[in-house]
Write a protein that binds this ligand. Structure first.
Ligand SMILES: [Fe+2]
Length: 258
C-alpha cells in the first residue's frame, strides 16, 4: 500500500525567490497534479502540518477546495495552524485528524496521527492525552504494523535554530513506543527539507515542504530559505518493509522553478 505525505504548505504566503513569486497554493496545486499522475494512486494522503500560514478559515477553505475527493486523508496541525479553524472547515468534509486503518489482502497498516502543536509556540509537545491515546492504540493493535505521523520531528537535525523548536518531549514519545515493536516508522514535517534518521529503534522521515525549502545550515545553525521546487514523499508498505521516497514536484506551465 502507498501513502503520500505532503507537508508545510503554508497557504497564505508567497514563496518569494530571486526570479519569481509563486503563491504556495499554486505550489500545492502542482503537487496534487503530480500525485494524480502517479501510476499507482496513494491509498492515503497524510498532511503533516503547517497547512496554512496563519490558521484562518479562508486559508483552510482554499486548502479544502484543492483536495481530491477520491483519496482519504489525515490532516494534522503544525505550529502555524489553528486547530479550531481547521476543524470548522475540514470536519464537515469528513476529514480526520487522527487514525486511519489500511488493509489490502493479507497486508495491513495502521496510521496514527498525533497533534504536536502548542498554541502560539513554534516548538512541539505531545500532551498527556495524546500520549495516552497513542499508548492505548498501540496496546489495542499490538499485531498491526503502525506508522506514526506528527508535525514536529523528535530528532535534532544539526541546524540549531530548528532543533530548538522540535518535539520537546521526544523522550516521552520514545517511552510510549518502546514496548511496541509494531511501530515501523515516524513521518514528520516542520524542517522544510528531506531528512532521514534512526531514532532509538525507529526510522524517522522528515518530508520536504510544499512551501519554499530551508537550507541545511549546519555551520551557523541559522534558519535561511533556499530556492527549490516543492516536494512530497511516498511511503510504500509491503507487509515487511517500509520504503520512503522523495518526489520533487515539476512546476507546470509558465510557473518558473524557484
Ligand atoms: Fe512548522
Amino acid at each position: 500500500m502507498l501513502i503520500a505525505q505532503v507537508t508545510d504548505i503554508h497557504i497564505g504566503v508567497r514563496s518569494d525567490c530571486a526570479t519569481a513569486k509563486i503563491a504556495n497554493i499554486e505550489r500545492l496545486a502542482n503537487t496534487f497534479r503530480q500525485i494524480s499522475k502517479l501510476q499507482q494512486q496513494p491509498d492515503l494522503i497524510v498532511f503533516t502540518g503547517d497547512i496554512t500560514e496563519s490558521g484562518s478559515i479562508a486559508e483552510y477553505r482554499a486548502f479544502a477546495e484543492n483536495l481530491s475527493a477520491d483519496i482519504p486523508c489525515i490532516v494534522l496541525p503544525g505550529n502555524h495552524d489553528l486547530i479550531e479553524n481547521m476543524r470548522v472547515v475540514l470536519e464537515p468534509r469528513g476529514i480526520v485528524s487522527n487514525t486511519h486503518f489500511l488493509s489490502r489482502g493479507d497486508t495491513s497498516l495502521l496510521v496514527v496521527g498525533l497533534d504536536s502543536s502548542v498554541q502560539g509556540e513554534s516548538h512541539g509537545f505531545l500532551s498527556g492525552d495524546e500520549l495516552s491515546r497513542l499508548a492505548s492504540t498501540l496496546r489495542e493493535h499490538s499485531s498491526t504494523p503502525t506508522l506514526l505521523a506528527l508535525h514536529h520531528p523528535p530528532i535534532n537535525c544539526g541546524v540549531d535554530r530548528l532543533d530548538r523548536i522540535n518535539l520537546t518531549n521526544a523522550v516521552e514519545l520514545a517511552n510510549v513506543i518502546a514496548p511496541h515493536d509494531q511501530v515501523v516508522g515516524i513521518m514528520t514535517g516542520h524542517y522544510h527539507r528531506a531528512i532521514f534518521a534512526k531514532w532509538n529503534t525507529t526510522a524517522v522521515a522528515v518530508c520536504p515542504s510544499v512551501a519554499r525549502p530551508l537550507a541545511l545550515n549546519l555551520v551557523s545553525g541559522d534558519i535561511c530559505y533556499a530556492n527549490g521546487a516543492p516536494g512530497f514523499m511516498l511511503h510504500r508498505w509491503d507487509g515487511e518493509c517500509l520504503v520512503s521516497a522523495v518526489v520533487e514536484v515539476e512546476l507546470e506551465g509558465s510557473l518558473p522553478r524557484c
